[in-house]
Write a protein that binds this ligand. Structure first.
Ligand code: HSE
Length: 311
């Protein structure tokens, strides 16, 4: 038996929603798991990509053994029903750029889990799959939109319980993804964050996240422009992403640009706008990055409402 899963990319955090907000984007990885009949062949992991944006070196350095996250995720699912995976061939067809803050690893975890779940006769429901994916990834903000599609708020309680809710993203709010030509590992981007933050910064994020939810629910662009700010991760990560501060500054006072935020752990940026000249966004971003010798792919995408699809 062979099962494939097409999983969208995702952008996490969306300003103040550190580790709990994310949205799905129409760039995809496809994960295929095939049960092989020859005993003792173990688990084989293959990754392939025709994308120019996927750097060969980074790609070659991804482990193809039990240290691969897809292996870990699949193993956790099998173990949850008292089984051990064996004789599986896992193929990953990658289109999502790696280490750019676009949920590449989450898509692979989700794809592996959903494919393995189907092979096992669907023992895990959506919440259980989300819980395993969150355990592998450490936070639910990429895996939730990868599984569910759309714009999602997802949290994990101390006892492991996952709660999530999908929200309607306003149709006319454009999302422009700016992907620079360098990688930034999530581990490095997390290691730079402090263990504790000032109370004022915690309050700042709590009130801006509340504002963001209300802005989306009431489709209020003015409120969204006030809401799209963060003090928990972006100020610390700024030094890892040359040009980030300048790009954010450039759009700060532009009516129609609701905000510019770091996509996940970066280095990609997400610009949210309404009825604003997209070409102006693209040229401004490219110009600022070019001054730093950084090439970038800048594209305006519709939110992907369809989550991971099993076929
Ligand atoms: N919320 C995570 C972070 C997303 O910003 O570190 C990246 O996996």
């Amino acid at each position: 038996m062979k099962v494939s899963v097409k999983v969208p990319a995702s952008s996490a955090n969306i300003g103040p929603g550190f580790d709990c907000l994310g949205l799905a984007l129409p760039i995809y990885n496809t994960i295929t798991i095939e049960e092989t009949v020859v005993p003792g062949t173990g688990i084989e992991i293959n990754m392939m990509s025709e994308e120019e944006s996927i750097d060969d070196m980074v790609f070659d350095n991804i482990p193809r053994d039990e240290n691969n996250i897809v292996y870990k995720a699949v193993q956790m699912l099998y173990n949850s029903i008292g089984q051990e995976p064996s004789e599986l061939k896992i193929n990953i067809q990658a289109q999502i750029p790696i280490a750019r803050g676009l949920g590449s690893s989450s898509s692979i975890v989700v794809g592996g889990l959903l494919a393995a779940n189907k092979l096992l006769g669907n023992p895990a429901d959506e919440t259980a799959l989300l819980a395993i994916a969150t355990e592998v990834e450490g936070h639910p903000d990429n895996v939730a939109p990868a599984i569910l599609g759309g714009f999602v708020l997802a949290t994990q309680e101390d006892d492991g319980t996952i709660s999530y809710s999908k929200l309607d993203w306003p149709e006319d709010w454009d999302i422009t993804v700016c992907i620079p030509d360098f990688e930034l590992s999530t581990d490095i981007a997390r290691s730079i964050l402090p263990k504790e933050v000032p109370m004022q910064d915690a309050i700042f994020n709590a009130k801006h996240l509340a504002m963001l939810m209300q802005a989306v629910n009431t489709r209020n662009p003015k409120l969204m422009k006030t809401a799209l700010k963060d003090r928990l991760h972006q100020p610390y990560r700024e030094k890892l992403v040359p040009g980030m501060k300048e790009i954010m500054e450039a759009f700060k006072h532009e009516d129609g640009v609701l905000g510019c935020v770091l996509s996940g752990a970066g280095p990609s940026l997400l610009i949210i706008s309404q009825k604003y000249d997209i070409d102006k966004i693209k040229s401004t971003v490219k110009e600022i990055w070019e001054k730093q010798n950084i090439k970038a792919e800048v594209k305006t995408l519709k939110i992907e409402e369809q989550g991971a699809t099993v076929y």
